[in-house]
Design a protein around this ligand. Structure first.
Ligand code: GDP
Ligand code: MG
Length: 163
């Protein structure tokens, strides 16, 4: 059966960077500055011989504070509807923001399997900082660096198990 992993989270946490690493496509647009990414990107991934689909959500204007929470919430609800497993990506550099809390509240109410990925854990020191994300009450957190690939293997093992 064709399982679907949806990647959700507020802008700039590294969703598209992870998507690109996972799908080895260049479909998702990673913008170093700020700007617009396309609404949703679909890709195929393979881990331990299991092939599955991946949806990268985004598509909001990433300029400064001008992020529409309603638009992000829409993407989260779409993901809950169509995915088998949801990957909630957050950013250890910024810590928990109000938008993260808003997304976490929606996810807690859903019956879908949620996996929390704390991204930008580029060095071991940041593992300590990542512990605050247990505060979401969404279970185990996975520290990853989408840039280096660190921790992504353990995370994908968990994704496959959750399907
Ligand atoms: P998205 O808006 O959630 O899709 O985020 P992007 O994938 O576009 O990444 C936003 C910014 O974070 C870019 O400048 C990325 O290079 C950077 N970034 C992504 N992953 C990592 C990571 O693991 N470590 C660090 N230090 N930066 C990252
Ligand atoms: Mg993106």
């Amino acid at each position: 059966s064709n399982k679907i992993l949806a990647i959700v989270g507020r802008p700039n946490v590294g969703k598209s960077t992870f998507f690109n690493r996972l799908t080895e496509s260049r479909e998702a647009i990673v913008d170093e500055m700020s700007g617009v990414t396309r609404d949703r990107n679909y890709g195929k991934a393979e881990w331990n011989g299991k092939v599955f689909s991946v949806i990268d959500t985004g598509g909001y204007v990433v300029n400064s504070d001008d992020v529409f929470e309603a638009e992000i919430n829409k993407q989260v609800h779409l993901a809950i509807d169509e995915a088998d497993v949801i990957l909630f990506v957050v950013d250890v550099e910024s810590g928990i923001t109000d938008l993260d809390d808003a997304i976490a509240a929606i996810l807690r109410k859903s019956r879908k399997k949620i996996i929390v990925a704390v991204n930008k854990v580029d060095n071991n020191q940041r593992i300590l900082d990542a512990q605050e994300f247990y505060g979401f009450g969404l279970g185990e957190i996975f520290c990853i660096s989408s840039m280096t690939g660190s921790g992504t293997g353990d995370l994908l093992d968990q994704v496959i198990e959750a399907f």
